[in-house]
Design a protein around this ligand. Structure first.
Ligand SMILES: Cc1cc2nc3c(=O)[nH]c(=O)nc-3n(C[C@H](O)[C@H](O)[C@H](O)COP(=O)(O)OP(=O)(O)OC[C@H]3O[C@@H](n4cnc5c(N)ncnc54)[C@H](O)[C@@H]3O)c2cc1C
Ligand SMILES: *[C@@H]1O[C@H](CO)[C@@H](O)[C@H](O)[C@H]1NC(C)=O
Ligand SMILES: *[C@@H]1O[C@H](CO)[C@@H](O)[C@H](O)[C@H]1NC(C)=O
Ligand SMILES: *[C@@H]1O[C@H](CO)[C@@H](O)[C@H](O)[C@H]1NC(C)=O
Length: 472
């Protein structure tokens, strides 16, 4: 058993933990910092580029934890896992019995994909939760004939959209389909771009406006997100499609969950999946796209408050309800009063932003300074690339929480770009930008400043008019 002392203690070597270390190495390099990481590989953020003030794109890679020593002169790495936290005496005990006395601590233990039960041993149940991994997994499915998809988020929708030539059964626990990540219109754009990949074509731009009002009789496909999608029936087009063999390509089963998965031998399909309605579905694979659960696998003398999603509730400075215990990344539950155009989504961007904020607040605590919440929490942003296109999501890009009274402006140019504006009271609330649209900065300003766009009408998205000119 050994005892150590550190001003700052960081637990976990994901994006959040590494960003916290990096930020502290800039703010307070002379102070001793210890990171506890269960894995010798940590995440490295590189190729950081700013599309606008709050819109940052970067790449993520695994790297040896020891590379962190280069950036922080007073860093010590402990390859171990946190077992017990005594927050009163500020002592952290690891699995192997190392005890670290700290002044402030940041918990960055991330989340674990929520897999459906008894899936740990079965190789035919794949956990997946972000669109970027969809393509990878498509390769794995080359030999499959029939798969079952569990989950009702954007990832599940994306998989359903992105896969062809395999029979699909989509099991949804609600009585509606959601599209939290990439909306159906965008998915259609991607699909379109697959079909015409080889043909180099640039058809004329389509401009569409749909107004959703209280009187709208259109039934929402998603009761929470309301009608920010293109229409209620997009997925019906997918249903009842038959493949060459005459089998249904997609079947959606509503209001049902998976009860058990049994591997079978000497049967046509490798798995028997039993649903809660008693039905048994045979298939080759199960795709579990049901999100992550915050990972707190250590014990405490006093457990901090939890957020509604089970994460450690943190305030705007990333501090938990227990003083000097901070948390960032997937493990944290953003429990402050959110800005109008920000919401939590467990992604790299937010892990990085939260950890940067935590480091600043921890430093402020040690130096008795005041700190303000970082500007990045004013606007939800996510940059990624999908099927070779740049994808930027801003604000309430799917009409999240906007009620029923908003409108959507859409411009798509096949194989080139897809632009969706979500407007309420003539003001921009959210945006989806696919392709090299060059509109990021303008959209950021329009959302943050809530500029009244009514005078511009549909010209806002008229390709023949340079919108930027309006605001110069
Ligand atoms: C399959 C998949 C694909 C994804 N793809 C994307 C994507 O393309 N884009 C995107 O933006 N987001 C993506 N995400 C989400 C993204 O990975 C997370 O939001 C982000 O990594 C969270 O970072 P984190 O540092 O909070 O946690 P993690 O990255 O989960 O890191 C937590 C670390 O803490 C360690 N740890 C846990 N408990 C202990 C303990 N007791 N002691 C010591 N160490 C501990 C873990 O081993 C782990 O290394 C994806 C997630 C999954 C599961
Ligand atoms: C907690 O999670 C870490 C990282 O996944 C792991 O190494 C460690 O063994 C886990 N501890 C317990 C008690 O399960
Ligand atoms: C960073 O960008 C370069 C050049 O585009 C690319 O080759 C490299 O793979 C990127 N790094 C990561 C980690 O993706
Ligand atoms: C992360 O990767 C970049 C580019 O490969 C490198 O310059 C940087 O030193 C790395 N950072 C760490 C902490 O390893």
């Amino acid at each position: 058993m050994s005892n150590k002392k550190a001003t700052y203690l960081v637990v976990g070597g994901g994006i959040a933990g590494v960003t916290c270390v990096e930020t502290l190495s800039i703010l307070h390099p002379e102070e001793k910092l210890v990171i506890i990481t269960a894995s010798s590989l940590v995440k490295n953020v590189s190729n950081v580029s700013f599309y606008a003030k709050t819109i940052v794109k970067f790449d993520v890679q695994d790297t040896e934890a020891s590379s962190l020593l280069k950036i922080h002169p007073n860093l010590e790495i402990i390859y171990d896992s946190l077992k017990y936290l005594d927050t009163k005496n500020k002592l952290a005990t690891t699995e192997e019995g190392v005890i670290i006395k700290y002044d402030v601590i940041c918990i960055c233990t991330g989340g674990i994909p929520k897999l459906i039960s008894d899936s740990n041993k079965c190789q035919r149940i794949l956990g997946i939760r972000d669109t970027e991994s969809v393509k990878e997994f498509q390769d794995k499915l080359k030999n499959g004939r029939k798969m079952l998809i569990v989950g009702n988020g954007g990832i599940a929708s994306e998989i359903v959209h992105a896969t062809r030539g395999i029979q699909k059964v989509w099991v949804v626990k609600d009585d509606y389909i959601s599209a939290t990540f990439v909306d159906p219109g965008a998915a259609e754009f991607f699909q379109e771009s697959f079909r015409s990949k080889s043909k180099v074509q640039k058809e004329s731009t389509v401009l569409r406006r749909h107004i959703f009002t209280e009187e709208d009789t259109v039934v929402s496909i998603n009761k929470n997100l309301k009608s920010a999608a293109l229409g209620p029936d997009w997925y019906r087009k997918l249903e009842n499609i038959r493949n060459e063999g005459g089998d249904l390509e997609l079947e959606i089963v509503y209001k049902v969950e998976v009860e058990s998965v049994v591997e079978t031998e000497n049967k046509d399909y490798a798995l028997d999946v039993k649903l809660t309605n008693g039905r048994i579905i045979e298939c080759d694979f199960v795709i579990s796209a049901t999100g992550v659960e915050p990972a707190v696998n250590f014990t405490w003398d006093q457990v901090p408050n939890r957020g509604a999603d089970g994460g450690l509730a943190v305030n705007e400075f990333q501090e938990t309800s227990v003083k000097d215990v901070f948390a960032a990344g997937d493990v944290a539950s953003a429990s402050w009063q959110h800005a109008a155009h920000w919401f939590q989504l467990r992604l790299w961007t937010q892990a990085r932003q939260m950890a940067g904020m935590a480091a600043k607040a921890m430093h402020a605590r040690m130096t008795n300074e005041d700190v303000l919440q970082d500007f990045c929490f004013e606007l939800f942003t996510h940059c990624t690339s999908l099927f070779g296109y740049r994808v930027v999501l801003l604000g309430k890009y799917n009409g999240q929480g906007l009620g029923r009274d908003y409108e959507i402006l859409l411009r798509t140019t096949p194989n080139l770009e897809y632009i969706k504006f979500v407007l309420q009271n003539g003001r921009l609330q959210g945006v989806i930008l696919i392709g090299e649209t060059d509109l990021e900065e303008m959209c950021e300003n329009l959302i943050l400043d809530q500029i009244d766009l009514t005078p511009f009408g549909d010209d806002i998205l008229n390709p023949d008019i340079d919108i930027d000119d309006y605001f110069d």
